[in-house]
Design a protein around this ligand. Structure first.
Ligand code: FMN
Length: 213
């Protein structure tokens, strides 16, 4: 399966077979997340793999009782470690070492980031983390399609309850719950906006597609 096929085949799956998912497959999924890109290579994603029935039940309750959540054999809790942003100078050094960034970056970018970190708010860090972690989560979602597995992004939950259930420390934020299992449904594609509503030519508002035709 190529990437385009995985993108086309993916659906949010809310019905799962009861089959257990081997740890090796879960490892393959997390490995796909590990390779995701992130700003300054921060890699703030962290994952908790939940299989325990009682924990799944509690997570379902924290997610406003969305019924399919506990029926998934596995739930991957996708988190952001906000303290990862304190390590940016180490990450920049690694990038310089690997040849991805020039040595000049050390003098220009590191002071810039250090200055920014003095005034950065938790909200700013969460916004940055959300972008990075979302890419990693979607890597999992697409690789799951390739492995014959289904997932559903879940963001509708009570953050504090999820954090309490999983003993997540203060400097970590929950970004998504990802129920995972073998699909027990094969839904048609869900509706999408047409391209002419999404793409503009040169400035916001002028339809790219119409001008093209
Ligand atoms: C960030 C995000 C949050 C979502 N949260 C939920 C959720 O809490 N519960 C749910 O049932 N589906 C959730 N979904 C799934 C969407 O409803 C779904 O992606 C959308 O309806 C399109 O359907 P499709 O994914 O099958 O193409 C979420 C999706 C995303 C990307």
């Amino acid at each position: 399966m190529d990437v385009w096929e995985a993108i086309r085949k993916r659906r949010s799956i809310r019905k799962f077979k009861s089959d257990l998912i081997p740890d090796e497959k879960i490892r393959m999924l997390i490995e796909s997340a590990r390779l995701a890109p992130s700003g300054t290579n921060t890699q703030p994603w962290r994952f908790i793999v939940v299989k325990d029935e009682k924990t799944k039940k509690n997570l379902q309750e924290a997610a406003h009782n969305q019924a399919y959540i506990r029926r998934a054999p596995v739930i991957i809790i996708c988190c952001a470690d906000l303290s990862a942003f304190n390590e940016f100078s180490v990450r920049v050094e690694e990038l310089i070492e690997s040849g991805a960034l020039s040595a000049r970056t050390r003098d220009i970018f590191i002071p810039y980031l250090k200055k920014g970190m003095k005034t950065v708010t938790r909200k700013d860090l969460i916004t940055a983390a959300a972008t990075n972690v979302s890419i990693a989560v979607e890597h999992i979602v697409l690789r799951a399609v390739e492995l014959g597995l289904g997932t559903c992004w879940v963001r509708w939950y009570d953050d504090n309850k999820v954090k309490e259930i999983l003993e997540i420390p203060e400097f970590v934020e929950v970004m998504a719950l990802l129920p995972l299992g073998i699909p027990d449904e094969d839904p048609d594609p869900r509706p999408r906006l047409s391209l002419d509503k999404l793409v503009y030519r040169e400035k916001y508002g002028e339809s790219y597609i119409q001008e093209h035709n």
